[in-house]
Every structure is written in structure tokens, then in C-alpha cells.
Design a protein around this ligand. Structure first.
Ligand code: ZN
Length: 297
């Protein structure tokens, strides 16, 4: 059911255990109950209740990870069956006007960064395709990868090309890869970074967003609920520093404030929403865990 991850996924050092309980801990069961419903919560209690939920932390990288990683068949079951797909599809459909404006400014930023309109864009772990469906009208060359079969079918039904990264055609192909709320779920970080490096062009953007675990990492206050440390689903917990170390070790650098501002000037959009978007980029890049990285080698 689980695989043991003993060493830090970023620097391989041993790390220390900062938290240990069983999956049938009352707080965890309450979380399962509120997140997945009573039936699923009972199912999980029976299935994994007696197994250990352990968190380890690397003092070098300031990275926290779940030691017991669900094996791939269990993860597949989790994302396709255990988490109610229809419920999660409904949530993903609630895109408000502010989010749409945000996505529009985001694409405009990417186009101005590259100084061209036609970009090859991949949403890695596209989920229900909310982002791609919104940006499709302004971008012709958009693609998706997705782990869950039910979401994959939904993407294809919406005319989004779901690709296999093993296809050599996509080596060195993408100007922008988006990885939004994905990296925290990934058991094999090295594998995914290897693929990303292969498919992104030199100078291309890797746009990563993960929950910000700065309080959990700094104070080691572990709350067993929805958030950066979420039993089963969030296997990795990052802060600004650990995210930059991970990507820095693998040939990426975070976009500089200078690059953000010069790109902003090229967008020639000086309205409230775009200025807000740009200020957010700068703030997040310096302090948070939503960062645009550039592939430098
Ligand atoms: Zn480390």
C-alpha cells in the first residue's frame, strides 16, 4: 500500500521525523470526513487506519515530506474513485471573472516575455482543464498531461490534446509549462523534474504553484487538515526556499524582478488588474510558492 521515502527528495540527506501518528488519528479521520464524506472516510479508516502517518523534514532544504507514500495503484484509486470525481468537477467549473482576468494577464505576460504570440503551452497535470479551456481562445498550441483517467477523458471531450511525454516530438518543445497545484502531490520529484527539463526549451518558463508551507516548516505546527500538509494527497510541503533549491539544482532559475518589470512594460497594459497581477508575481517570487522559473541550461 505504501512505499517508504527516507531521504530528502531534494538533497538526499536523511532528515528528521517531525511528526508521527496513525491514519486513524481522530484529526485525520475528521479531515477525511469533511473532505471526502463519511463513506470514504470509513473506507480509508479500514484500509489504512493502522498504518503510520509520518512527516520528515530536511534542515538543509527546509523541505517536509510524507514518509509513507501511497503506491501508484492506490494513488490512482484515490484520484479516480475515492475522491468523488463529480464533486471535484463541479468545484473546478466555478471560475469567476477575476480568475479569467488573471489567466488572461498571465498568458499576455508569457507572450511578452517570449516576445511572440504563438507559444507551445503545456498544462502539466491539467486536472479538469479549467485553465486550458479559459486560455484556448487566445492560444492555438495548447496541450495537457493528466494522471487520472476520468479527467483525461474529460479533457479530450473538450478538444484538448492530451499528450504522452515519452513522444520525442515534445523534447525541447514548450515555451511555457504550467504546474499548478501538482508538485505537492508527486511521489517521484526527480522523475518529474527530469521530464520537465527535457520538454522545456532553453529560456522557456516553468510556472509552478504549490501550497505555501512556510508556517508548518518554520514552526513545525502540523495541522491535519486541508492545506500544505494534507494526509495522503500532499506528499511534499514547500516554502519559497526549498522550491528554489529544487529547481536551482536542476538547471532553472527563478525569474528576476528586473525581468518581471521589463516584461510588464512590454505588455503595455497599465490597468488595475494587470498591475495587481505583476505586483503579485514579484511578491510571490520573493516570498511565496507561486514562482515562474526560467530554464537556463
Ligand atoms: Zn534536503
Amino acid at each position: 500500500m505504501f512505499l517508504g521515502q527516507n531521504n530528502c527528495k531534494i538533497c538526499s540527506s536523511k532528515g528528521v521525523e517531525v511528526f508521527k501518528t496513525k491514519f486513524d488519528n481522530k484529526e485525520i479521520l475528521n479531515f477525511f470526513n469533511s473532505e471526502y464524506g463519511e463513506k470514504t472516510s470509513n473506507f480509508l479508516k479500514k484500509k489504512i487506519g493502522k498504518k503510520n502517518f509520518i512527516l520528515k523534514k530536511c534542515s538543509v532544504c527546509q523541505f517536509i515530506w510524507q514518509k509513507n507514500i501511497p503506491k501508484s495503484f492506490f494513488l490512482k484509486q484515490l484520484y479516480d474513485k475515492i475522491i468523488d470525481p463529480m464533486d471535484s468537477l463541479e468545484k473546478s467549473r466555478n471560475v469567476n471573472i477575476l480568475q479569467k482576468k488573471y489567466f488572461e494577464n498571465e498568458i499576455n505576460f508569457f507572450q511578452n516575455f517570449h516576445k511572440k504570440k504563438n507559444l507551445n503551452i503545456l498544462d502539466f497535470g491539467a486536472g479538469w482543464g479549467t485553465w486550458l479551456i479559459c486560455i484556448k481562445k487566445n492560444c492555438q498550441s495548447v496541450f495537457a498531461t493528466e494522471f487520472s483517467s476520468i479527467r483525461k477523458k474529460h479533457l479530450m471531450k473538450n478538444n484538448i490534446k492530451v499528450i504522452n511525454l515519452k513522444n520525442k516530438k515534445y523534447n525541447n518543445y514548450f515555451h511555457v509549462v504550467r504546474l499548478e497545484q501538482v508538485l505537492e502531490h508527486i511521489s517521484n520529484l526527480k522523475g518529474i523534474i527530469f521530464d520537465l527539463k527535457k520538454i522545456i526549451k532553453k529560456g522557456g518558463i516553468l510556472s509552478i504553484g504549490v501550497p505555501n508551507g512556510k508556517y508548518e516548516i518554520k514552526k513545525e505546527i502540523i495541522k491535519l487538515k486541508k492545506g500544505p500538509i494534507q494526509p495522503l494527497e500532499h506528499l511534499n510541503c514547500f516554502n519559497n526556499k526549498s522550491l528554489k533549491i529544487l529547481l536551482g539544482k536542476n538547471g532553472f532559475k527563478s525569474i528576476s524582478v528586473f525581468e518581471i518589470i521589463t516584461t510588464f512594460l512590454r505588455t503595455k497594459r497599465f490597468d488595475y488588474h494587470n498591475i495587481r497581477y505583476i505586483l503579485g508575481l514579484i511578491k510571490n517570487s520573493l516570498l511565496s510558492t507561486k514562482i515562474n522559473f526560467i530554464k537556463i541550461k
